[in-house]
Design a protein around this ligand. Sequence first.
Ligand code: TYC
Length: 102
Amino acid sequence: MATRKQSESVLEAERTKTKPPPLFKVLLLNDDYTPMDFVVVVLQTFFSMSREQAMRIMLKVHREGVGVCGVFPRDVAATKVELVTGYAREHQHPLACVMEEC
Ligand code: TYC
């Protein structure tokens, strides 16, 4: 049986080996066709932003080409990308939503 010192050092080794789960940014990309109002609704609906916050991010994407909607664990980020992309396609808009590891 391990002594207290041995089992503590085993626990310590395991703790230092364990990396925190990776986080992913969900990004919106600019395009020339998706209406600004639609992007604002997407940000309010899928990222729980106020109309003012959503307007700020939409304009940032419009002017700079890309903007961060939020940072999430992998599965949450992947679900947001799927839901936003599906919603945009249902409305025949080419809006691009992607994820990128932080
Ligand atoms: N550039 C679009 C327009 O002028 C608006 C837009 C903003 C599109 C953000 C996509 O992620 C986007 N209608």
